[in-house]
Design a protein around this ligand. Structure first.
Ligand code: ZN
Ligand code: ZN
Length: 389
């Protein structure tokens, strides 16, 4: 690695095409996976704007120190009430940009800083936070950071996250926002309380910087740990820039992982992921399907058969269902083998995440060796240029 040409060019003052769009706020859909019906907002006193249900004009409500409750009622309506404010029906609730805490059942409360809009559809709340793209990238980077990663790795992560935000803007346009807050797009859990002052300072030093390739923000994929070999994600996400290819990550140590899952749990997860039951008595046989992409054939799907019937489920759907059934994130990467044992299925693999783009464990190691964030980015995203939003 030493002597490697650093292809990144810092162009902080030259605004690339699309830089205006890069400066636009971005809308994040919050709590989408939880399908919340009720939301509690806590903040210091202030005004809340309501668009009344079925009525013209807008009304304001005072937000008391005790907080405000919002519940989806009757499909697309909201019931809004506070300690002192009485109860109103509304179609929409908006809060100007302010720092507040938002909480729904089943998840820790999140502190957010931005303009919040709450509406409802099908009896479920839609909570959308609008905030500057660099601010979103910083919090995503801090929640995604490798534990103990040095400042330069944090900086590289912030740049990758902003690139991903800008490249992915509008992915959820049909849902009324730009990006979701899960790993489907990029994790976001509000302001990250566990970040140290040193990590915050590192993130702030690069806030607004992003990667560009061919005049467009780069979808800067990143993975927790590649296990010594990076993979090309095109069979996951369709056509991707050629810089993402299968190649070694020499600084990355391979850690194998093994999980054992009861056969009945595995079958239940597979049936749920496939949307179809095997529905025959007797033991099922399980196998993996491998894609032609990637060295050694990454797993693209899981299959099961019994009594002449078979079901098949895509990797991502199966990973989610195994987590739902067993309560843990058992399938850590697509580089794995499956072994059938009496009463169990054993998975053995290496790497964590989708194995493409920047390896966070590798980036942390490079930072520990004294590499700067530009060098780290140049290694994982060769040929991409650094720009300022
Ligand atoms: Zn998404
Ligand atoms: Zn790696």
């Amino acid at each position: 690695m030493s002597g490697r040409a650093v292809a990144l060019v810092l162009a902080a003052s030259s605004f690339a095409a699309g830089a205006a769009a890069a400066g636009e706020p971005v809308r994040v859909g919050l709590f989408g996976l939880l399908a919340p019906k009720e939301l509690t907002l806590s903040a210091t006193a202030g005004e809340v704007r309501l668009t009344p249900a079925g009525g013209a004009g807008r009304v304001s409500m005072r937000l008391s120190g005790q907080g405000l409750h919002v519940r989806a009622v009757g499909g697309s309506r909201l019931a809004v009430w506070g300690e002192t404010a009485g109860r109103r029906l509304a179609e929409r609730l908006t809060l100007a940009r302010r720092r507040l805490e938002a909480a729904v059942a089943g998840a820790p409360a999140r502190e957010v800083d931005g303009a919040l809009t709450v509406s409802a559809a099908g009896g479920v709340l839609r909570v959308v936070l609008e905030l500057p793209a660099p601010a979103l990238a910083v919090e995503s980077a801090l929640v995604e950071r490798e534990p103990g990663a040095g400042g330069e790795a944090v900086k590289a992560q912030v740049v990758a996250c902003l690139s991903f935000v800008l490249a992915g803007r509008g992915r959820h346009a049909a849902d009324g926002f730009d990006l979701c807050d899960t790993t489907h797009c990029q994790r976001f859990a509000g302001i990250v309380q566990s970040a140290s002052a040193r990590e915050r300072a590192a993130a702030a030093a690069v806030a607004g910087l992003y990667l560009e390739l061919g005049g467009r923000p780069l979808p800067a994929f990143y993975t927790a740990e590649c296990g010594g070999k990076l993979e090309r994600p095109s069979d996951l996400w369709g056509p991707v820039p050629a810089i993402f290819r299968s190649r070694p990550d020499p600084g990355c140590v391979r850690h194998d992982w093994t999980v054992v899952i009861a056969r009945r749990d595995w079958q239940r997860a597979l049936e749920r992921a496939a949307g179809r039951r095997l529905d025959v008595p007797g033991p099922a046989a399980f196998e993996v399907k491998r894609s032609s992409e990637g060295s050694g054939g990454l797993v693209s799907a899981f299959a099961g058969s019994a009594g002449g019937r078979s079901v098949e489920a895509p990797f991502e759907a199966m990973a989610r269902e195994v987590r739902a059934v067993t309560g843990r994130w058992a399938i850590r990467s697509r580089r794995l083998a499956l072994f059938e044992e009496a009463g169990h299925v054993r998975l053995t693999g290496s790497g964590r995440g989708h194995l493409a783009g920047m390896c966070q464990a590798g980036a942390a190691r490079l930072a520990a060796q004294g590499r700067g964030f530009r060098e780290i980015l140049a290694f994982y995203y060769p040929g991409a240029g650094l720009r300022h939003a």
